[in-house]
Write a protein of this length. Structure first.
Length: 144
């Protein structure tokens, strides 16, 4: 359920960031303060819902000046606007029941690399090789 406010809730109005652009998108009614985004609809400010992708990365959706729905990633936004987080980690405690942490320096969009062994192994053994380096010897023994 959406939350609306007569003014943006914050301790100090100087902390409010007027978000004018996010990469190639421009905005004229988007604000960021205290780890939350707000949109001015002309009457009140709407707090945008924070979503999390399957990797735990936080993002919101907002409409730009052309009406295009824009996916705003928290980590990318903070880097773009040079916003520091405590110890380089953004916590998901915006909702009281979530405690996981999202690291700023982890690239969740790039899949893990795995180098196939030169010899033939089963899929299960390859999974083992990702975790256990010594499993390569076991795999070779099984093939003999």
């Amino acid at each position: 359920m959406s939350e609306f406010f007569d003014s943006i809730p914050c301790k100090d109005e100087d902390e409010i960031i007027d978000v004018r652009d996010y990469f190639e998108h421009q905005f004229d009614n988007l604000f960021y303060v205290d780890k939350r985004f707000y949109v001015d609809n002309g009457v009140q400010y709407k707090r945008l819902h924070i979503n999390f992708n399957i990797y735990g990365r936080a993002f919101v959706y907002a409409r730009d000046v052309n009406g295009v729905r824009v996916h705003i990633d928290y980590v990318k936004f903070k880097k773009l606007y040079d916003i520091e987080t405590a110890f380089g980690v953004e916590t998901k405690n915006v909702d009281d029941n979530i405690d996981e942490k999202v690291a700023d320096d982890v690239d969740y969009d790039t899949p893990c690399e795995f180098v196939e062994p030169e010899h033939g192994c089963t899929k299960e053994r390859r999974e083992c090789l990702k975790v256990n380096v010594d499993a390569d010897d076991e795999c070779n023994e099984e093939e003999e």
